[in-house]
Design a protein around this ligand. Sequence first.
Ligand SMILES: [Zn+2]
Length: 357
Amino acid sequence: MKYLFFINICLLTLIGTALVSCAQNQTISASQGNKPTDTMTFDITKSEQAWKEQLSPEQYYVLREKGTERPYTGKLLMNKEAGKYVCAACGNVLFDHNAKFDSHCGWPSFDREIKEGRITTVLDKSHGMLRTEIMCARCGGHLGHVFDDGPTETGLRYCVNSLSLEFEPVATDTAQPATDTITLGGGCFWCIEAVFQQLDGVISVASGYSGGKIKNPTYKEVCSGLTGHAEVVQITFDPAKTSIDEILKAFFTVHDPTTLNRQGADSGTQYRSAIFYHNAQQKQIAEEIIQALTEQKVYDNPIVTEIVPYGAFYKAEYYHQNYYNDNPGNPYCAMVVRPKVEKFEKVFKNRLKNKAH
Ligand SMILES: [Zn+2]
C-alpha cells in the first residue's frame, strides 16, 4: 500500500518520532509469510499473456504486477451488502460479508478469510517495510496485505484491493424474489449477450464458455475447436419478471437452431446451438418449446439444438463482456449483431427494459 507508506513518511517528517497510525509495517505470525514467491505453485497457472487478455489493465496491474489501487477509490470499499467476495481472476471464494469492517484505511478490510487455505501469505520486503502479502491460494493473484491490528477477536486486518475482488450478492430475505440462471449457446456470444441485456427481468448476462473438456479455457483455445467448449451466455434473471419460457423464445428468435455447428458465416463446434439446463424444469420447458416449434413447422429444417446438463461456466476475457455496446463501430457488430438485436427489439418490443409495463 504505497500511498499509505507515503503518508506515513510525511507523518514521520512532520512529527519526527512515533509512527503510530495504521501500523502498515507489522507482520503477522512467524509461521506464515515465509515462502519465497517463485517457488509457490497454484492450481491455476496461465501465461502472462493469457492473464492480460482475461483481466482489465487495472486488474492486471494489481493482481499480476502486485500493484495497489489508490485508496478510497475501490468500488467495494463502502459495499455493505450481504454476499461473498471472490477472486476477480479465478472466482475463488475468499471472504464473506460478515468479515468486512470499516477500517478507515481506504481499502476494503476483512478480519478473516472465509475458509482456511483460500488465501496464502508471503513476506513482502518492498518499499522498505516488512509486510505480509496476501495472495489467492488458487491462482496466485495479489490481493493486498494482512496486518495484526484488526479490531475484532481475530486481531487481523486483511487489507484488500477492490480490483482483486468481485462481489456476489446473496438474497438474505426469503421474501425477496429468488434468482434463476440458465446458460445458452447460440453462436457468437456477442450477439446473444446484446439481446438478453435488453430483456426485462434479466439481472445480468456474462459471456463465457461451457461444455468443454478443460478448465478456464482462453478464447484462443476455444476457437481452436479442440477444447469442446461452446460460446455461451450465462443469464441470471428474476423469475417474477421473466421466465425460462420467455428466455428460450427470445433465444430461438435470434439464432438459427437448424444449422449444425454454424451460425451464418461463423463455423465450428464453439458456435453450436445448445441449452445447458440447470434443473429438470428447464430441461422439460426446453424440450416442450422445441417440440412445439417442430410441430408448427417454424423452420424448414430440423432443430439441432443440444439440450444438455449444465456443468461449468468459465467467464470469457474482459474484452468480450458487453462487446456490442462497447464496440458499436465494429463491422461484425454492425453487420451481424445489430440485425439480431433489431429483430429482438421488434418481436419483444413490449418486453424491453425500461419499456416493459
Ligand atoms: Zn484467484
